[in-house]
Design a protein around this ligand. Sequence first.
Ligand code: TMP
Length: 205
Amino acid sequence: MKGKFITFEGSEGSGKSTQAALICEYLKKKKIPVLLLREPGGVKISEAIRGLLLDVKNTDMTKESETLLYMASRAQLVEEILKPALKKGTVVICDRFLDSTIAYQGFGNGVDINAIKKIGAFATQGIAPGLTLLFDIETEKGLSRTNVVKDRIELRSVNYHRRVRKGYLALAKSESKRIRVIKVDQGKEEIFEIVRKHIDKFLNL
Ligand code: TMP
């Protein structure tokens, strides 16, 4: 694959989506072919699955079904957009990817992590990010920054979200070369400078 694949991860209210949009603008200004995607979503079928996953009315969704829906959304995005873009040499920035399922469904909801990794390899066709930026924020602070109208996942308990955060940090520890932790304890501009340095280094800019 000629392109580069970078993911932005983090728990609720970490500001990763804002930073992903900022870095895309930065790369566009440098005339680097870049594509910003989000998960779950990004293409028609995956956006429809996103609707199912986040709908607060779906209170009876099992954790296995939830896991597989995230994977189905991912599989569609990989085949339709991600794989062709990487083949063409595009820099792809994805707001969440497989690490989210490990953190939210695995660490957060007790789904077997080895099963997630196996199904994940199938859904992604083995495509994995070369760099992941993990935006780490204190759980209560992050939750207080989310919308007033919460989705099905945001509505889960503070303890659930604490497990997600711990899971992310454990993942970062076990894959310290790929995953860089960025502490969200300063302003947007200061955080952007840190993000930019990581991206510059990874892309040899
Ligand atoms: P977003 O708020 O970043 O758009 O993500 C939507 C929600 O979906 C967010 O609460 C995290 C959750 N999520 C999972 O639980 N598992 C996953 O695999 C992904 C991609 C997202």
